[in-house]
Design a protein around this ligand. Structure first.
Ligand SMILES: [Zn+2]
Length: 628
């Protein structure tokens, strides 16, 4: 089976023909058997055994390096252990490639027709790591990503290789996956053989507490949520939570007009002991939040948008994919220049779907949009780095720490591009006098024919041409400007054009309060240009704003404010009181075991973002977020 239709295949992989000279059409592609013993998931160790057809001579095997959706060479090679090769019962020597740590060379002896490979994948403890290299196992649940536990032979594309896989789960655990089950005996599950492409695209969630929620009962293709949590209580969300996710399936269906999956599984982990992220697949997504993300209203609000974002990726990212990301295997590097479509448009659609499906009220949606706009309005890194470079540079910036985020601006192709796509949406509406919207673009670009998962790559020109077919406009000039400008300030044309304005006042919105409360933050980005943790440690300062100008920087810790011990309330009070005082704000700060006093001559008070209606323009934003 192949995920890439033959006609795309032929031109897409022309350029890589030279990489694979060893095998001609005469050799049948290997069929590899893979057994994963996941019964020690609570110990965070997974044991894998493979039988790989081979010929005598040198065999090169790869551990997957460039993982789809991760946008970088993030295959967790550091967590591969216990590697061993045998043939006909005899141990084989192996050596890692000197230039590529993800490649292993094995000498296959005369008389051998296959190699047995065994390896362990060690999942990080705590909440370490990201994506498929992130913490994935707890005492009560786990997610198995197949790229973590396998090798594949050089000379074949991931579409050509077939894997027959089975897994042993911890005793009594239930599971969910988009893979077809061939048979099950006790805790051992055998899946129907699939291509390596589809295997890596189909993780398995399992756990002692696993809840299955049908999201479109009786309909085809079926969509369900398979949720594993660290407790049974975490699964008991109020009824409207499930209604919102059912609405999400309906609203996405209306938006795109069709689906590119046979069935779809939201694989949802609720644990404080796994890495938190979302990773998209054609027929599922691997999304992970804290244990109480569904039952606690504040956490539910903050977590809204994750599942809608990952679901949108089934259309935008998996089916329609930038040509530089549609690679033939996991070894060829990806080119990430079109992530502003892959991730930026997904961010925009995922966010508006949270309002269309009811996860957020219109006010909560606007507060969240205002927050995003305000963050980008104070993005100092815009001065040195344009938006295009944030997409181009991401493969080499995967491990960027949170400090200096504003100056580094590592991932702005998500949020800044949410504002840009809103802008594009309003332009389409204006140009067509309200007859068309970005919904029409999505139906045309991401819609029919639907059905079995396929990849249809695109270029920048394809995006421009599809936009022009919906609404003729100088889209090349628009996107070139959006991708290469240096501001100043956030791109607010979409907010302005949709009948709203970004303003700042002294009242924290529900969104800002929830975010600060849940994450233990004090967000003074928009007043003095300072982001603090609740213990006073400074995560970020905004270059050019009062805190940075006074000498504060990430890594320092605020000890006292105007002579009183720091707390978030004391700091906020001081900002507010500074409005009616001519004395500067006096901050005692610890920096690498030294104490210093900094004076901020700031009298602007607290500043928090909101959107207010601009009555001189039609309210397009409310129409954009209305359920279809
Ligand atoms: Zn994404």
């Amino acid at each position: 089976m192949t995920i890439v239709p033959a006609r795309i295949f032929s031109y897409l992989f022309l350029s890589v023909a030279l990489v694979f000279p060893a095998f001609g059409a005469a050799s049948p592609a290997p069929r590899i058997s893979l057994f994963v013993d996941a019964s020690e998931t609570p110990r965070k160790i997974f044991h894998a055994r493979m039988t790989i057809p081979a010929k005598p001579g040198r065999l090169t095997l790869y551990y997957p390096k460039w993982i789809p959706g991760e946008h970088g060479p993030t295959g967790p090679i550091q967590d591969l252990a216990g590697l061993k090769f045998t043939a006909n019962g005899q141990a084989l020597p192996w050596r890692r490639d000197l230039l590529d740590g993800w490649a292993f060379h094995v000498d296959v002896p005369v008389g051998a027709a296959s190699v047995e490979a065994s390896l362990d994948f060690i999942s990080p403890a705590g909440r370490e790591g990201i994506y498929t290299g992130g913490a994935t196992a707890t005492d009560r649940m786990g997610v198995l990503n197949w790229n973590d536990v396998l090798l594949y032979p050089e000379g074949w594309t991931s579409d050509e290789l077939t894997y027959a896989v089975s897994v042993r789960l911890p005793a009594g655990w239930k599971f969910g996956t988009s893979l077809a089950v061939a048979s099950q005996s006790g805790d051992e599950v055998k899946f129907a053989p699939v291509s390596l492409t589809m295997l890596v695209d189909a993780p398995v969630i399992s756990g002692q507490y696993l809840k299955v929620v049908p999201l479109n009962p009786g309909q085809t293709p079926s969509v369900e949520m398979d949720i594993a949590a660290d407790s049974a209580a975490a699964l008991e969300a109020p009824a409207d939570v499930w209604e919102h996710y059912k609405n999400l399936v309906t609203q996405a269906g209306v938006l795109f007009g069709t689906q590119h999956y046979r069935d779809y599984h939201f694989l949802f982990s609720l644990s404080d002991h796994v890495a938190h992220f979302g990773l998209e697949h054609h027929e599922s997504n691997d999304s992970r939040l804290g244990e109480r993300a569904l039952v606690d209203a504040e956490k539910r609000l903050l977590g809204s948008g994750l599942l809608s974002h990952e679901y949108v990726h089934s259309w935008n990212g998996k089916y329609r994919r930038p040509i530089g990301l549609a690679t033939p295997d996991y070894e060829k590097p990806m080119q990430t220049d079109l992530l502003w479509v892959y991730e930026g448009l997904t961010q925009y659609l995922g966010e508006i779907l949270t309002a269309r499906d009811g996860e957020r009220t219109p006010e909560q949606f606007r507060d969240s949009l205002a927050y995003t706009a305000a963050q980008l309005d104070h993005r100092s890194g815009r001065a040195w780095r344009n938006l295009q470079d944030t997409a181009d540079g991401v493969p080499s910036m995967q491990a960027a720490p949170p400090q200096w985020e504003s100056w580094r601006r590592p991932l702005d192709y998500y949020e800044e591009d949410e504002l840009n796509w809103l802008w594009a949406d309003t332009i389409i509406r204006q140009q067509t006098h309200g007859q068309k919207s970005l919904d029409d673009f999505c139906r045309a670009f991401h819609g029919a024919p639907g059905g079995f998962p396929q990849v249809k790559p695109y270029t920048f020109e394809d995006v421009l041409s599809a936009l022009n077919q919906v609404a003729p406009y100088d889209w090349r000039a628009f996107w070139t400007e959006r991708l290469t400008n240096h501001g100043p300030g956030a791109p607010l044309g979409g907010i302005d054009g949709s009948g709203w304005k970004l303003v700042y006042d002294e009242t924290r919105s529900e969104w800002v309060r929830s975010r600060e409360g849940d994450r233990g933050l004090v967000d003074a980005t928009d007043s003095v240009g300072l982001l603090l943790n609740a213990d006073g440690s400074i995560t970020d300062t905004i270059e050019g704003m009062p805190a940075a100008k006074a000498g504060l920087g990430p890594g320092m810790r605020m000890i006292a404010v105007n002579g009183r011990k720091f707390s978030s309330a004391v700091f906020r009070d001081a900002l507010r009181e500074g409005k009616n005082s001519s004395s500067p704000l006096e901050l005692l700060v610890e920096n690498t075991e030294y104490y210093n006093t900094f004076k901020l001559d700031y009298h602007g008070g607290e500043k928090y973002p909101h959107l207010v209606r601009d009555e001189s323009k039609p309210d397009l934003l409310s129409d954009i977020i209305k359920p279809r």
